[in-house]
Design a binder for this molecule. Structure first.
Ligand SMILES: Nc1ncnc2c1ncn2[C@@H]1O[C@H](COP(=O)(O)OP(=O)(O)OP(=O)(O)O)[C@@H](O)[C@H]1O
Ligand SMILES: [Mg+2]
Length: 143
């Protein structure tokens, strides 16, 4: 019988949970194979139906975001987890718009969790702007 090794508890997980209670969006940036997806799935599991997990490397999940504004707006009330978000660079602008709109309507925390590898120039710019405006939490929580 093959027995799976139990997961090692990650200090990043309670940190991410705390940030999600405070900010509308939390970003997890880390190197390949650091455990980003595992952590993202653990967040989804803990929430059950109150979370939706999308892996943007999967064509079926990507297809759900053909009209991202409409799809994401339809998930209000759930934590939307967007793994491998670098596959859809234009999504950051949509998230920002939805976060702004949500804030005006009183939804201030725990809306989006995004994970991706590395930090290219567009991600750096988003995080810089986000920090400045307190819009997104650019937490560099390497899992
Ligand atoms: N908390 C953990 N305890 C034990 N093993 C883990 C843990 N988190 C991840 N792993 C293992 O590490 C490997 C990489 O995990 P995962 O796929 O979550 O990483 P990733 O950062 O999403 O990788 P990629 O950058 O390729 O998308 C997997 O084999 C996974 O089972
Ligand atoms: Mg992954």
């Amino acid at each position: 019988m093959v027995r799976r090794n139990p997961l090692i508890a990650r200090s990043a997980q309670p940190q991410v949970e705390a940030l999600l209670r405070q900010f509308p969006a939390v970003a997890l940036l880390g190197p390949r194979q650091a455990g980003k997806t595992t952590l993202a799935r653990a967040l989804a599991r803990a929430r059950g139906r109150a979370a939706v997990y999308l892996d943007l490397e999967m064509p079926s999940d990507l297809a759900r975001l053909t009209d991202p504004e409409h799809y994401l707006a339809s998930q209000e009330g759930a934590l939307v987890i967007l793994d491998e978000i670098h596959r859809l660079p234009g999504l950051f602008q949509v998230l920002r718009g939805l976060i702004d709109r949500g804030r005006a309507e009183g939804r201030r925390a725990g809306r989006f969790f995004v994970a991706r590898v590395g930090l290219d120039r567009s991600a750096q710019a988003v995080i810089r702007n986000a920090r400045r405006a307190h819009r997104l939490c650019g937490a560099h929580c390497v899992a």
